[in-house]
Design a protein around this ligand. Structure first.
Ligand SMILES: Cc1cc2nc3c(=O)[nH]c(=O)nc-3n(C[C@H](O)[C@H](O)[C@H](O)COP(=O)(O)O)c2cc1C
Length: 382
């Protein structure tokens, strides 16, 4: 009897969820959209200085009408004893009217594979059309009726505590004066919100697994050198990989001097002139990466250890918002080139060591989809 009642309850629940999913603009608790509630104070592990720079999505409105835009300015911290998040919206943004007319707003993260969301939301205005619809995003609502997109990887909901435009009489440095001297979108309004809820996608909750699943080989990079501190962090993660009997049969050289990359590329260009001329975007032989990490092992050994080192470095880079590509082709070319010898000598590897691979590293300028993985390679012996 009890079983029957439970089954009936379950059917009613499934029916209600199905009906809710079919209705546009329905309130669905985030827990049912694959989100898990987190406590930002304990569970938000991103670098708060970098987080807004990486671009987030700001959304406000109600069930009838809402709009979102990309933001790169903001802050997180504590204010008036509340966990707070601040965002800045310029006067001319269409989103502003929703910010001014709402008690709450959401700030959302999207993963790199959805780079087009932030790009589109920052390039076009909701005044000219429904951006969420154009992107195929699905709007859902928190219990407070605050809109968010189910495709986000993280949703932070804030209740507005304070909102005011910047006032030139309080400018204390050149930075705001210069900014607004010639800024067509108008002065920014500061919205300080109290964080009232935060959710992450279930499978996104584990940052390590996330980095593994999101990492792709990147073959296009932005023209921006990687900061030294990030390269140091990558190297540190690399040398913390295991090695057989902790012998660490490895030498790592991180090239920050772009002239060395150019010199090696010049040699490559001479030998592969036709191939290079076919690529209008060609800048260097390492997939145009601004930095490279060269790894050598003692001749004939250490390859397994070097492989584990490479994966640690690639995952560390991924977690820092960087892309990598493990390159073997350029190594084969360079070690067989007499002309390259004096330049490779600058890497200062020990005499009995041999260059094994080179990692291209830089800020990604593409977001390739994952290539199919063969799950048939895995067998469970039970
Ligand atoms: C990376 C990035 C960061 C941005 N940061 C902000 C910001 O913090 N504040 C702001 O007012 N506009 C910012 N913008 C500009 C708006 O996202 C952009 O003007 C958008 O098209 C406005 O959309 P809307 O008119 O639908 O509100 C940013 C754009 C990009 C691409």
């Amino acid at each position: 009897m009890e079983q029957k009642t439970n089954a009936k309850k379950m059917l009613v629940h499934l029916f209600l969820v199905a009906v809710m999913l079919c209705l546009p603009g329905t309130t669905i608790a985030q827990e049912e959209n694959g989100f898990t509630r987190i406590n930002v104070v304990e569970d938000f592990t991103d670098n708060g200085f970098q987080w807004f720079r990486d671009a987030q999505l700001l959304c406000a409105g109600n069930k009838e009408e809402s709009n979102a835009m990309t933001i790169g300015w903001g802050g997180i911290g504590t204010l008036w004893g509340r966990t707070a998040m601040t965002v800045y919206v310029a006067e001319k943004r269409y989103t502003k009217k929703f910010m001014d007319g709402s008690e709450y707003f959401t700030v959302m993260s999207f993963d790199f594979s959805q780079g087009k969301v932030l790009d589109y939301m920052g390039r076009y205005s909701g005044r000219d059309g429904d951006k969420a619809k154009a992107l195929g995003l699905h709007t859902a609502y928190t219990a407070n009726g605050t809109p968010y997109y189910t495709e986000a990887t993280m949703v932070i909901e804030c209740k507005v505590m304070y909102a005011a435009p910047f006032d030139s009489k309080y400018y204390r440095s050149d930075a705001p004066k210069r900014m607004y001297a010639n800024f067509p979108a108008g002065v920014h309004t500061e919205y300080i919100g109290e964080v009232v809820g935060a959710w992450v996608k279930g499978e996104q909750a584990n940052a390590t697994i996330n980095a593994m699943m999101d990492r792709r080989s990147i073959r296009k990079y932005k023209d921006k050198p990687v900061e030294h501190a990030k390269l140091e962090q990558i190297a540190l993660c690399g040398i913390n990989a295991p090695s057989g009997m902790n012998q660490q049969p490895l030498e790592i050289r991180i090239v920050e001097d772009y002239s060395l990359i150019q010199q090696l590329t010049d040699i490559y260009k001479k030998a592969n002139a036709e191939q290079v001329s076919r690529d209008p975007d060609f800048k260097n032989m390492f997939r145009n990466a601004p930095n490279i990490i060269c790894v050598a092992t003692p001749k004939g050994r250490g390859q397994l250890d070097a492989g584990m080192l490479a994966q640690n470095m690639m995952l560390a880079a991924q977690s820092l918002g960087l892309g990598t590509c493990c390159l073997g082709g350029p190594v084969r070319f360079l070690i067989s080139s007499e002309e390259a010898k004096p330049y490779l000598a600058r890497l200062d590897f020990s005499p009995d060591y041999e260059l094994l691979y080179i990692l291209a590293v830089g800020y990604p300028d593409e977001s390739p989809a994952a290539k199919p993985r063969d799950e048939g390679k895995v067998k469970y012996i039970k």
